[in-house]
Design a protein around this ligand. Structure first.
Ligand SMILES: Cc1ncc(COP(=O)(O)O)c(C=O)c1O
Length: 406
């Protein structure tokens, strides 16, 4: 935390560095970051708003999920949409994930470009652009697979793959409670699977059912009931598929919210959990199996670091993370759970506190836990990776919706 006293001390007394040296140092930080020169860089040196990963907590989250899946006998195909980082994906795979789940073609291309395999695209490709890129990916990386929930998309893929003389691994996406995607369970799903199976250049690789609503249901028993209900159709479809002799190589789905439900019910052979690497405040409040009030199975490892830029009113300060930084009133101030986060415009946010709370002063650093990882991550170019206060690495965030190739 940088205080008025610290700034003045370095300007007036210059205990460690003269003012001129400080100015030069800060002006050259970006060049140092691009060279990977992170000597003596601490959180207090960073430009804000900035995303900061607590490396110890992140590593323990990755290890915990991998160990849970190993012990439960379920595979882990970690979702990358929350982080969009090959550095993180490589660590997930190194810890035991059998592959990666992606929401967009750009994420798949990013991961494949970094040499990662076992990539599954969970938003079916529609439209020429995505069909051609998916087929190109399949040609280059034969372990890649995409979902489909419509025979028309299967036909588009088949035609394109035939023209390219390649095969696309294809997973049938079955409705599991979330109306945004998934073919109706039972006969319609079986018919689609047979259609895929008959398509010369498609290989039926398995089944998906993403019970996205169950993920955030408060209370573990209610969440389990919702998950079981939402996956009933998939369960039955898989039974019919086996009876019909259709391939059931994988049954994929699940989330951070249901990780210890899916591993118990055994409806899935692999888990697509993603948020566990960092966690966010919307997940924190759903309650865990052990503690019905707080879901603390995984630690809050990601913060948005901000600076107090104005403090002219009692019990309120203004920070430099605003709407453009995806600040939300459901965010939480690290170390100050009673404080409230308010929106104050595109480039401004605010923190308010009650009498008796220790408030923030001009120039202070404030760390905010984001409400939704996917949305917040999408605003930033990089993670600053910290051990304690020290910055030890920088991981680029790529494949974002702002990237030229979506
Ligand atoms: C298809 C799919 N699978 C899995 C997940 C689970 O991700 P998380 O663990 O971050 O909740 C998501 C999240 O939106 C998803 O869209």
């Amino acid at each position: 935390m940088i205080s008025r006293r610290t700034v003045c001390a370095s300007l007036i007394a210059g205990p460690a560095l003269s003012a001129a040296a400080d100015t030069k140092r800060y002006a050259s930080l970006e060049a140092r970051f691009s060279r990977g020169d992170l000597r003596d860089i601490h959180k207090e040196d960073l430009p804000t708003p900035a995303m900061v990963v607590d490396l110890d907590l992140f590593e323990s989250n990755v290890k915990k999920m991998a160990e849970h899946c190993r012990a439960a006998g379920i595979q882990l195909r970690s979702h990358v949409k929350v982080h969009k980082s090959t550095d993180i994906a490589k660590r997930q795979v190194a810890s035991g994930a059998n592959g990666l789940t992606c929401a967009t073609v750009a994420e798949c291309e990013l991961m494949a470009g970094a040499g990662l395999t076992g990539i599954l695209l969970t938003r079916q490709p529609a439209g020429k652009n995505n069909i051609h890129r998916v087929v190109a990916l399949a040609k280059r990386e034969p372990t890649f697979a995409t979902v489909v929930d419509d025979p028309l998309v299967a036909d588009w893929l088949q035609d394109c793959a035939a023209a390219e003389k390649t095969t696309v691994r294809t997973v049938v996406d079955v409705f599991a409670g979330l109306k945004r995607h998934g073919i109706e369970a039972g006969q319609p799903a079986i018919d689609l699977a047979k259609h895929v199976d008959r398509s010369k250049n498609l290989k039926l690789a398995g089944w998906m059912g993403y019970s996205g609503i169950a993920a955030h249901v408060p209370g573990w028993p209610d969440r389990k009931a919702r998950s079981l209900g939402d996956l009933a159709g998939l369960r039955e479809t898989v039974r019919l598929a086996k009876a019909a002799g259709l391939p059931v190589e994988v049954v994929t789905g699940g989330s951070t919210g249901t990780y210890n439900i899916d591993s118990e019910t055994k409806d899935l052979t692999e888990l697509q959990a993603g948020s566990y690497v960092f966690m966010d405040t919307l997940y924190k409040v759903i309650g865990g199996k052990r503690d019905p009030k707080v879901y603390d199975d995984f630690a809050m490892a990601l913060t948005v670091l901000s600076t107090v830029v104005s403090a002219r009113h009692p019990k309120l300060c203004t920070i430099d993370a605003g709407n453009k930084a995806l600040l939300r009133t459901t965010d939480e101030v690290k170390g100050h759970p009673r404080m409230k986060v308010i929106n104050q415009g595109a480039e401004y946010g605010g923190i308010t506190w009650e009498d008796g709370d220790q408030g923030f002063k001009l120039g202070d650093r404030v760390e905010i836990y984001p409400s939704n990882l996917d949305m917040s991550t999408n605003c930033y170019d990089r993670y600053y990776v910290a051990r304690g206060e020290k910055i030890v690495d920088i991981w680029p965030i790529m494949g974002r919706s702002g990237a030229a190739q979506r």
